[in-house]
Design a protein around this ligand. Structure first.
Ligand code: GTP
Ligand code: MG
Length: 209
């Protein structure tokens, strides 16, 4: 099967520093969460097929605001937001700044946004730490649907992966194994496109019923 073309529409809309800055919701929203350096911005660029939409950096903690991108796969499909969130965890920044990004992520998750899917990113080579455990618990408490994405899949051989994936699945008590993604090879991109399409389909069904 040939790879899907880039998203028909993928436009930066706004950056929000607090909940007042969040744009009114569209049909649905895909939020990209994960610790600093986990590959959130890279995933967005690869997923949407735009090289430099979201800013990628070697310095962890580069994304400091919530960046909203308006996306549509094709002309016919309804647009949705993809939100690139600041990373939590070991950002190279003063503690007070890190705390303010965490507050922003909390504010975003606490706000009512209909039809939201959260992608929780984790470097496939890491084991879940308190940050990931808390984030998953928090999403469950808030009844926000989420999917774990194991990023930088290209860093491990196929043989080394399955053990890492079951460690992550067990550590976070997930019903299904993480989705493996690589922004270098594009692995996992089709699954992410299918996930977003499934959200769009469910939204349409809701409108019809
Ligand atoms: N090999 C490999 N490197 C990756 C992949 N995804 C991201 N990286 C690298 O990991 C680093 C961090 O990537 P970003 O996309 O900026 O990560 P982020 O989660 O947005 O980081 P913050 O905005 O700081 O929270 C960069 O040096 C990327 O080039 C991947 O799939 N494979
Ligand atoms: Mg980023």
């Amino acid at each position: 099967m040939s790879p899907s073309p880039p998203a028909f529409l993928a436009d930066f809309v706004t950056s929000a520093a607090d909940s007042q800055g969040f744009p009114p919701p569209l049909a649905f929203e895909v939020a990209v969460l994960g610790r600093s350096n986990s590959g959130k911005s890279s995933l967005l660029n690869r997923w949407l097929g735009r090289k430099a939409l979201a800013r990628v950096s070697k310095t962890p903690g580069r994304t400091r605001l919530i960046n909203f991108f308006k996306v549509a796969w094709t002309k016919e499909e309804p647009p949705f937001y993809a939100a690139d969130l600041p990373g939590y965890g070991f950002a190279v920044a003063p503690k007070a700044m890190v705390a303010s990004w965490e507050a922003l992520v909390r504010a975003y998750l606490g706000v009512e946004r209909p039809n939201r899917l959260a992608l929780v990113l984790m470097d496939i080579r890491r084991e879940p730490q308190v940050e990931e455990i808390n984030l998953c618990q928090w999403l469950r408490d808030l009844a926000i649907t989420f999917r774990l994405v194991a990023t930088k899949g290209d860093k491990l051989s196929f043989g080394a992966r399955s053990r890492r994936l079951s460690l992550i699945q067990k550590g976070l008590g997930l019903a299904e194994p993480p989705l493996v993604f690589s922004s270098l090879t594009g692995e996992g991109r089709e699954e992410l496109i299918a996930l977003a399409r499934e959200m769009a389909r469910r939204d349409l069904e809701k409108q019809i019923l």
